[in-house]
Design a protein around this ligand. Structure first.
Ligand code: NAP
Ligand code: MG
Length: 413
């Protein structure tokens, strides 16, 4: 066995819940620790630990990402009423991802992991579609109220001098109903726009942005306008984004969300699709499923000051966990979680000038993709893989077979 790869700066490691927590440990034990002297600062974001710390552990982990620059996160439970009962929680804690995004204020980029032996459901798609999800505000930071009786709901804005600047009736309720308000910040939208323009330039892909500004003439139109202004007035490498895009031979294109949905389905793929927070939440699952499996979608949160948080875009795979608890060996796909690790290790390696770590992360990704292309797959890919002799295995078997393949790749110079 060769010497293990050393790391200089720790990765911020955020453990999570249920089946993905089980996979997390397996991935470390089988694919990482045998090859790397893994240096991490560990935060347990498992639901019980969040409950025990009044969710302080989540805030601490986000602060640690700010300090070190790179984190990797396991999927976590966002509690609802059922979960509060199931885990005997003291409170219905907020979504850890929401909390982390609010602290880092970034953009989430989600890209499907494509393999040769799985064809997307949409026949025209030839290249991966990356979704950029604005990670601040809108319904994720809403204020809601259930009107229990007739009455009046108003939107009021009072400035810091205490002067009422705006008041408008939302609705006069004659009966019960619901109300929701939400907000966003120009600064956050601006950094969202910049992150998207930067990412498109880095990857040399077209950028599409969509909202519903025909209906929302102030809120959504504000997004459209900020994107337009940043594109023409802000510079990148000393030149306006617009000029940089022209030089790179790529385009920025704005249209309505419903129009873009229709165009995406008829496209070849290969673009970056910038979405508002909720659109990105929904569309990334749609795109992931249409490319094959939810388990094959990676996710990275990029903050305006250059911090990176990598994760899988799927959840804790609750149903598989209950099978696991009954003693069954499940065939849960660890791909997206492995790619969260490889993405984080690669970024750490790039930042620290640790070429060995970068090479390892690349080979880890190749070994996973080639294992699938050889027909060694988890159950979710059974219907999708076009390999003639498929071998459907459980998670642990898949990880062990991938490790074997990785060893071959690592032995090559
Ligand atoms: P989920 O965990 O994404 O799973 C939904 C279904 O998708 C699974 O039942 C499974 O289908 C399939 N699936 C997802 N990932 C898979 C994988 N790696 N391998 C194989 N199949 C996979 O969503 P959920 O069940 O709605 O949510 C469970 C918990 O996750 C919730 O408590 C939610 O709060 C949390 N969540 C967390 C995050 C995050 O931390 N980023 C994101 C979303 C949800 P089959 O059962 O048909 O096999
Ligand atoms: Mg979602």
């Amino acid at each position: 066995m060769n010497k293990k790869i050393e790391m200089t700066v720790p990765l911020v490691e955020m453990d999570g819940d249920e089946m993905t927590r089980i996979l997390w440990k397996m991935i470390k034990d089988i694919l990482l620790i045998p090859y790397i002297n893994l240096k991490t600062e560990y935060y347990d974001l498992g639901i019980k630990q969040r409950d025990n710390t009044d969710d302080k552990v989540t805030v601490d982990s986000a602060e640690a990402i700010k300090k070190y620059g790179v984190g990797v996160k396991c999927a976590t439970i966002t509690p609802n009423a059922d979960r509060v009962k199931e885990y005997d929680l003291r409170k219905m804690w907020k979504s850890p991802n929401g909390t982390i995004r609010a602290i880092l204020d970034g953009t989430v980029f989600r890209e499907p992991i494509t393999v040769d032996t799985i064809q997307p459901y949409v026949k025209t798609w030839k290249k991966p579609i990356t979704i950029a999800r604005h990670a601040y505000g809108d319904i994720y930071r809403n204020v809601e109220y259930k009107a229990q009786e007739p009455g009046k709901a108003e939107l009021v804005f009072t400035n810091n001098e205490g002067k009422e600047v705006f008041r408008e009736v939302i609705h006069g309720f004659k009966d019960t109903g619901v109300i929701m308000t939400m907000h966003n910040l120009d600064k956050s939208i601006e950094s969202f726009a910049k992150s998207c323009f930067n990412y498109a330039l880095e990857k040399k892909i077209d950028l599409w942005f969509s909202s519903k500004d025909t209906i929302s003439k102030i809120y959504d139109a504000n997004f459209r306008e900020i994107f337009r202004v940043v594109f023409h007035d802000e510079s990148y490498d000393g030149k306006p984004y617009a000029d940089k895009f022209e030089e790179a031979g790529i385009t920025y294109f704005y249209t309505l969300i419903d129009d873009v949905v229709a165009r995406i389905v008829k496209s070849e793929g290969g673009m970056l699709w910038a979405c508002k927070n909720y659109d990105g939440d929904v569309m990334s699952d749609l795109v992931a499923s249409a490319f094959g499996s939810l388990a094959m979608m990676t996710s990275v949160l990029v903050s305006p000051d250059g911090c990176y948080e990598y994760e899988a875009s799927h959840g804790t795979v609750q149903k598989h966990y209950y099978k696991h608890l009954k003693g069954e060996k499940t065939s849960t796909n660890p791909m997206a979680t492995i790619f969260a690790w490889s993405g984080a290790l690669k970024k750490r390696g790039e930042l620290d000038g640790n070429l060995e770590l970068v090479n390892f992360a690349n080979k880890l990704e190749t070994s996973c993709i080639e294992t699938i292309d050889q027909g060694i797959i988890t159950k979710d890919l059974d219907q999708l893989s076009e390999v003639a002799n498929k071998n459907v295995v459980n998670s642990e078997e898949w990880l062990n077979l991938t490790a074997k393949h990785l060893e071959v790749l690592l032995a090559q110079k």
